[in-house]
Write a protein that binds this ligand. Structure first.
Ligand code: ME8
Length: 512
């Protein structure tokens, strides 16, 4: 059996603190893509989890007066509760402290160690180290003497380490990326990786003897595996590497590793080289998004600018939260979060846009047709709505296939705007005063309700909860989860006679 599952991953997050809206940005984007692929009728495997080993975690535990395992056991649920509240529908959740993962890490290490090319060798390492990144830097990398990512002082460390011979993989990596241009997106990140490889690659250290909080190397248990061999391997652990070859053949290589650009080097240089060394195919695509900025800087825990997602969800609701970040910030670029822009987005696109469209149409169906969807009898009454909806649904799918998350939502909102304008042009509320024009009113409201049905389907990957409520208000019998694109976006599937209910407003207006 070959590959028959769409496999998408988030990075595994460090649970040394609670999530902030930067982590949630990555989680929501991954979930949006995964839900879209389910809507297309594909089998999907969406993986997320926590990265629980390493010095950073050990130190956080020490600071809290706990042993590392007790500490991560306590922190990890605080990540899961956020994903649950944000409607993240992951199919698996991996913790690097699980036995299945420790077994897979030992397997890949042993496979590389035994590959006959001495890709793992012992040496000494001395370097400038950022504990927050869990990475060494050269003098040139530093900004004002500090870590370029965390803007914190680095430490001089020296120890006996095993190394991975990354330097031997430059040519193979270049060859691979030249032959597979889609393997790194967006293009600016691809170019960044290519010039990094062309600039020459240095071997990196993969083990430590200075502490115990990690997976022991199978051939030399005095050492524990350090960071990237442990963390990156999660993606193949969960796919059945070394434990379930049949499952592994169906899932691997992953379709998309969706990451932030801070960990591009590890995913697009270290990881494929590690896999090549172990005789495993590299992932199909690494997609690196930008940063959520607050006050012009990357939101981070160490800088105390972290905003917890619940601080926003409590006020805006989960649907508005998910929508805002995907729509407001051009996916792939950095973007600033601000409370004001979130209120504006909510009111313009959701309360006045989609919410208003739904409440007007459902209210008129209630007043004029006792809630029942009327039969459309007047030809041409739908104007260009069917074409607008069909065109936008096609563009939505094209953008989603290319991970163009922001323009994909733009396409859906073209339908919302057109439908609201359509009602203003047709004025069914005025026509309803004239009994002779009832057929026209019926046909206009049919077209508007059918547009809402299509909108409910198209917004379901980004706003699953609001889509479900709209679907119910429209009185649809088949479950929303059973709808499939492109078929469900086809015009004319709303059956006359369907009993709608006005229900609660989808997106109440918020004060600024
Ligand atoms: O790096 N804007 O974990 P992590 C956008 N454990 N995305 C952000 C962000 C921001 N301000 N801050 C964080 C690690 N992220 C490793 C990964 S993977 C095998 C191991 C996102 O908790 C971004 O995607 O520090 C980042 O890469 C991810 O959170 C994980 O951050």
């Amino acid at each position: 059996m070959g590959r028959d599952v769409f496999y998408i991953t988030t990075p595994i997050y460090y649970p040394n603190d609670v999530p902030h809206i930067g982590h949630a940005y990555n989680a929501v984007a991954t979930d949006f893509i995964a839900r879209y692929h389910r809507l297309r009728g594909e089998r999907v495997f969406h993986l997320t989890g926590t990265d629980e080993h390493g010095l950073k975690l050990q130190r956080a535990a020490e600071a809290a007066g706990m042993d590392p395992k007790t500490w991560v056991d306590e922190m990890e649920p605080r990540w899961r509760e956020v994903w649950a509240r944000l409607d993240i529908a992951n199919d698996d959740y991996i913790r690097t402290t699980e036995p299945r993962h420790e077994a897979a890490v030992q397997q890949i290490l042993q496979a590389v160690y035994d590959n006959g090319r001495e890709d793992i060798y012992i040496g000494h390492y001395e370097g400038l180290y950022c504990v927050a990144c869990e990475a060494y830097y050269t003098e040139d990398d530093l900004v004002r003497g500090n870590c370029p990512i965390h803007d914190r002082p680095v430490e001089l460390l020296r120890e006996e380490n095993y190394f991975f011979r990354l330097s031997a993989y430059a040519d193979r990596l270049l060859e691979y990326y030249e032959g597979t241009p889609s393997a790194i997106e967006p293009e600016v990140r691809r170019n960044e990786v290519l010039s990094l490889i062309q600039g020459g690659l240095q071997d990196f250290s993969i083990s430590r003897t200075s502490f115990r909080w990690g997976v022991p190397l199978p051939w030399d248990p005095r050492h524990v595996c350090y960071v990237w061999f442990d963390a990156l391997t999660n993606y193949i652990t969960a796919a059945g590497y070394g434990s379930d070859p049949e499952r592994f053949a169906r899932l691997w290589p992953a379709d998309i590793h969706l990451i932030g650009k801070d960990i591009l080097r590890f995913h697009a240089v270290y990881w494929p080289a590690m896999l090549m060394a172990a005789g495993v195919e590299p992932p199909s695509q690494v997609w690196a998004h930008g940063y959520i900025l607050v006050g012009g800087e990357k939101m981070s825990k160490t800088k105390l600018t972290g905003i917890h997602p619940f601080q926003l969800v409590d006020h805006f609701g989960v649907d508005s939260y998910r929508y805002y970040f995907m729509r407001e910030i051009q996916f792939g670029q950095d973007g600033s979060f601000s409370w004001e822009s979130m209120v504006d987005r909510h009111n313009a696109d959701l309360a006045n846009g989609l919410g208003n469209l739904a409440s007007r149409v459902l209210a008129m169906l209630g007043s004029y047709f006792e809630g029942a969807v009327p039969e459309p009898t007047v030809e041409g009454a739908a104007a260009d709505l069917p074409e607008v909806a069909a065109g936008a649904a096609t563009r939505f799918q094209e953008h989603m296939e290319a991970v163009g998350l922001t323009p994909a939502l733009g396409a859906v909102w073209d339908i919302v705007s057109r439908a609201n304008r359509y009602l203003v042009e047709k004025e069914p509320w005025a026509l309803a005063k004239d009994e002779e024009r009832r057929g026209e009113v019926a046909s206009i409201l049919y077209a508007a309700a059918e547009t809402l049905r299509i909108l409910a389907v198209l917004i379901s990957p980004i706003m699953p909860s609001a889509a479900g409520r709209l679907w119910e208000q429209l009185g649809m019998g088949d479950p929303l989860a059973a709808q499939r694109l492109p078929k469900a976006a086809g015009w004319g599937q709303l059956a006359p006679g369907t009993k709608t209910v006005k229900g609660e407003s989808l997106f109440p207006r918020l004060d600024s």
